[in-house]
Design a protein around this ligand. Structure first.
Ligand SMILES: NC(=O)c1ccc[n+]([C@@H]2O[C@H](COP(=O)([O-])OP(=O)(O)OC[C@H]3O[C@@H](n4cnc5c(N)ncnc54)[C@H](OP(=O)(O)O)[C@@H]3O)[C@@H](O)[C@H]2O)c1
Length: 268
């Protein structure tokens, strides 16, 4: 699974799962465009990636919740590298416990703008470049997209939309030689939950341990475990894999509907 000389754009690379994907691919020789909003974090990840295998790394500070941010991310990538082999749509946000009767639409708009609209638009802008390289796309979805639960309403809807986006464009782009897949994490250590809560690091560790006990494998996943699946799906060797939505969740999705509330029930 060598990515030497391949150009890979990882959105949301300044933290969590995106950071782990960036580091893994840097170690395998990829030339990386890394996007995020937090300039300091993005710079730190970029420096780690450069140290790993001397990769060519471009940091793009942009807000993907805006059209300008999406356009800048696509343009800067192509201006710098002149090509794209792999697009990893990883950036995403959650919504704190969210119910139908909540008084306004702000959480709905925020998660749909980032998790769906930005992915659609960025993919639309960059698909012609992936056709040129016969490249591929990996979308980072969530088990929430297929496991209904009370409290994660708009977020779950965005991930269900992303799963179907994956399948639809896999069909559309297959004749053009571009593969499209999604990786669906379950409960994974990152900064995702801390952005939605006021947890101290200790409280987050306790939440993660408790939530992990509800996972068949008995623990939350590490971001690097998700990254390993992303790399496997993006690798040239996975040349027949397309339209797949692959869980990497310790078996959480096998536990069935009604169990995914472990992701939200304590997040008060
Ligand atoms: N952690 C989990 O348990 C879990 C489970 C299932 C699925 N996922 C999915 O995995 C993906 C990565 O999540 P994570 O757990 O790594 O979360 P995270 O630690 O919170 O990282 C999220 C990343 O997305 C970026 N991002 C968010 N909004 C953005 C925007 N508007 N513009 C540009 N970048 C933006 C963040 O950048 P800045 O910090 O620079 O703003 C950060 O780099 C998401 O799609 C999430 O839905 C996570």
């Amino acid at each position: 699974m060598d990515f030497a000389d391949q150009v890979v754009l990882v959105t949301g690379a300044s933290a969590g799962i995106g950071e782990a994907i960036a580091e893994l691919l840097a170690g395998r020789g990829a030339r990386l465009a890394l996007s995020g909003r937090n300039q300091d974090n993005l710079k730190k990840v970029g420096e780690k990636c450069r140290a790993l295998r001397g990769s060519d790394v471009l940091e793009i500070v942009a807000d993907l919740a805006t059209d300008e941010g999406v356009e800048k991310t696509a343009k800067d990538t192509i201006d710098h590298f002149g090509r794209l082999d792999v697009l990893i749509n990883n950036a995403g946000v959650g919504a704190r416990t969210c119910l139908l009767h909540d008084p306004d639409m702000s959480a709905f708009d925020r998660v749909f703008r980032t998790n769906v609209r930005a992915v659609y638009q960025l993919t639309r802008l960059l698909a012609p470049r992936l056709v040129e390289t016969r490249g591929n796309i990996v979308n980072i979805s969530s088990v929430s997209g297929s496991m209904p639960s009370v409290g994660s309403l708009p977020y779950s809807m965005t991930k269900a939309a992303l799963d179907q986006f994956t399948r639809c464009i896999a069909l559309e782009l297959a004749p053009l030689g571009v593969r499209v897949n999604a990786i669906s994490p379950g409960i994974t250590r990152s900064t995702f939950v801390q952005r939605l809560t006021d947890y101290t690091p200790e409280q987050y560790a306790a939440w993660l341990a408790e939530a992990g006990r509800g996972v068949p494998l008995g623990r939350a996943a590490e971001a690097r475990e998700v990254a390993a699946l992303v790399a496997a799906a993006a690798a040239r060797g996975a040349s027949s894999l397309t339209g797949a939505v692959i869980p990497v969740d310790g078996g959480l999705s096998l536990a069935g509907a009604g169990r995914s509330d472990i992701m939200t029930r304590q997040m008060k």
